[in-house]
Design a protein. Structure first.
Ligand code: KIV
Ligand code: ZN
Length: 387
């Protein structure tokens, strides 16, 4: 099966940074961007240069220092924003101006206070200006999934006429459903034939917990760029999580004939670098990179894992950069895992000893959330005394 390449556009340093508690200094952005380059993302959106002097400095630092990926900067479709984005980007080996305007009536009326005609004109002038500065221009129709389809198609057609090379259809407020999003992309392709010569991008927020599902649905409809963030950080409930999209495509390759260039063994390290920089910890049950993603506590699962890890794991921990799976000892654990841990600690147990120690272990686990190796050693001596 011939696999279609999917570009990974990482916006951890822009949309991700807009997450409460996740703002980053220029040097921190550089550190994260170097790790994203090691992960081999295709595009790094480094920031929003008009937003502050510091963000301008961060984008220009990343543009000068990070080689490999395209470096993008966000700007509204306004002359000052576009010029500022270009000034920050211009030393990048592969710069991209990413300009956007809202297209839903709700946003146009209440946020922009612009008519549809004015937004069409902003799109034309903004994309034209950006294309006059940079050969790579991405246009985003903010709140696309709540926009009138015919109007959205007109905006997209104008952006393409003026030189946009990538067109992004964001689900800005995480409102859409997979089937609906798939149909939206298909409908736009039908209404705007010029889209076939551009890259269609998708950008999903996670307000209903559907960001990854929506992203995958859009790929099936022809999108070829995914916008996402490490650990899924981002405005409100966050953005589609990079590691989840990448591993869904990898693990279910028979269902999705696509491939990314991501070096998946760098995923865990990338997640840790981000947490380290921001101080925001990953939730333990986070898919792929959470502390519990490869941890097993129940006796039945542990028994299965010891017999064959595929019984309870759909990818190897090594494939995402986690050293090994762990059999966590708690009140649901069984004799097999307990015996194995004692063996690893250098105390292989006889069957009779195991039974006694197991009883002491379950009594302790009923009262203690986590059982450490020191607890096990102490129990062992209690068990031996009792024998
Ligand atoms: O969510 C959104 O619509 C955005 C755009 C600016 C791309 O972040
Ligand atoms: Zn966004």
């Amino acid at each position: 099966m011939k696999r279609q390449p999917i570009a990974i556009f990482d916006t951890t340093l822009r949309d991700g940074e807009q997450s409460p508690g996740c703002s980053m200094q220029p040097q921190e952005k550089l550190r994260m961007a170097l790790q994203l380059a090691a992960l081999k993302v295709d595009v790094i959106e480094a920031g929003f240069p008009v937003a502050s002097e510091e963000d301008f400095a961060a984008v220009s630092l990343v543009a000068r220092r990070v080689k490999g990926p395209v470096i993008a900067a966000l700007c509204r479709a306004l002359p000052l924003d576009i010029d500022r984005a270009w000034a920050a980007l211009k030393e990048a080996a592969r710069p991209r101006i990413h300009t956007f305007v809202s297209t839903s009536d709700l946003h146009m009326t209440h946020k922009l206070q612009k008519t549809r005609a004015e937004v069409l004109a902003m799109t034309r002038e903004g994309v034209r200006r950006a294309a006059g500065l940079c050969g790579d221009v991405e246009f985003s129709a903010e709140d696309a999934t709540r926009s009138d389809l015919a109007f959205l198609a007109d905006v997209v057609a104008i952006a393409l006429e003026e030189g946009a090379t990538v067109v992004n259809i964001p689900d800005t407020v995480g409102y859409t459903f997979p089937e609906e999003y798939r149909n939206l992309i298909l409908a736009l392709r039908e209404r705007v034939p010029a889209l076939e010569r551009a890259v269609i991008s998708v950008h999903c927020h996670n307000d209903l917990g559907l960001a990854v599902a929506n992203t995958l649905a859009a790929l099936e409809a022809g999108a070829r760029q995914v916008e996402c963030t490490v650990n899924g950080i981002g405005e409100r409930a966050g953005n589609a999580s990079l590691e989840e999209v990448v591993m869904a495509l990898r693990v279910r390759g028979e269902h999705f004939p696509y491939e990314t260039g991501i070096v998946t063994p760098e995923l865990f390290r990338t997640s840790q670098v981000l947490s380290n920089i921001t101080g925001v910890q990953v939730q333990p049950n986070k898919a792929i990179v959470g502390r519990n993603a490869f941890a097993h506590e129940s006796g039945i699962h542990q028994h299965g894992m010891l017999a064959n890890p595929m019984t309870y794991e759909i990818m190897t921990p090594e494939s995402v950069g986690v050293k090994t799976s762990s059999l966590v000892l708690g009140k649901h654990s069984g004799r097999h895992a307990l015996a194995q841990r004692y063996e690893e600690l250098g105390y292989p147990l006889e069957k009779g000893t195991l039974e006694g120690v197991y009883k002491l272990f379950t009594d302790l686990a009923d009262h203690k959330r986590e059982i450490f190796d020191e607890d096990l050693i102490a129990l062992l001596y209690d068990g031996i005394t009792e024998d």
